[in-house]
Design a binder for this molecule. Structure first.
Ligand code: MN3
Length: 252
């Protein structure tokens, strides 16, 4: 009986990790054969010793995305803003653990949950953002190929129609947020969504494929109020191989 219970708990735990895309990951020091659609703990900078997230380095130099995104913007964006989300997520997790193990007013759970939703959202969004960009000189930009291109053409008509729609949706996000290309597993189709802040208006089953950060901190030093110019230029540094990998993993 005890054995069955603990086995069931273990299975439940694995299912919960799966929902977060963390299953079959590098947590035990082994790399999965197929990387999951979303994240593995190492990519998210999770340190099992400290039991907290540590800001992962950029996958390229700070000036690698010039002239589309300037070095100073990248430094501030990664070292200050992304770091802030990592710290905020750790603080919220610590607080929620405190309520879980040391009691406290359950009414405050929702406060820390909102904090976690915002900051963990920020950490996840930025982790996906950095990896979905690539210097122009190393093959960034261009067009997607293969299955992803076929699905874009099926769902949006043409690649150019998609690009217009995606950059326009990103440009028109009210206030701070993101433009996303996501895969919707139930209908097996692509969608373009506008996210507010770091988490709002995204539904739980949406698999994020390509996001463009349209918070002012992402572009203001170089583009000022010209968000549309930034969104258009962003397409020159998209890492379509990484976006395709996410797409293939999402529909596998
Ligand atoms: Mn940002």
């Amino acid at each position: 009986m005890d054995h069955d219970l603990s086995r069931r708990n273990a299975i439940g735990g694995i299912a919960a990790l799966g929902a977060l895309g963390l299953s079959g990951s590098g947590a035990l020091g082994t790399q999965p054969k197929v990387r999951p659609a979303r994240f593995v703990p190492t990519e998210m900078g999770y340190d099992p010793q400290k039991q907290e997230f540590v800001l992962p380095d950029l996958p390229y130099a700070y000036n690698a995305l010039e002239p589309v995104i300037d070095e100073q913007t990248m430094r501030i964006h990664h070292d200050k803003h992304h770091a802030g989300y990592v710290n905020g997520a750790n603080a919220a997790i610590a607080k929620l653990n405190e309520y879980l193990w040391q009691g406290g007013d359950p009414a405050l759970i929702q406060h820390w949950e909102r904090q976690l939703s915002f900051h963990m959202g920020g950490h996840i969004n930025h982790t996906l953002f950095w990896a979905a960009m690539k210097p122009e000189s190393e093959g960034g930009g261009g067009k997607p190929e293969g299955n992803l291109l076929a699905q874009i053409e099926k769902d949006f008509g043409t690649y150019n129609a998609f690009m217009e729609y995606f950059t326009s949706a990103a440009t028109k996000v009210e206030g701070s947020g993101w433009g996303w290309l996501v895969y919707e597993p139930a209908s097996r189709r692509l969608m373009v969504l506008q996210m507010q802040n770091q988490q709002d208006m995204m539904f739980a089953s949406a698999v994020p494929l390509l996001g463009i950060d349209v918070w002012e901190h992402a572009y203001y030093l170089k583009y000022q109020n010209r968000r549309a110019d930034y969104a258009k230029a962003f397409m020159r540094i998209v890492n379509w191989e990484e976006v395709s990998r996410r797409y293939e993993a999402a529909r596998a």
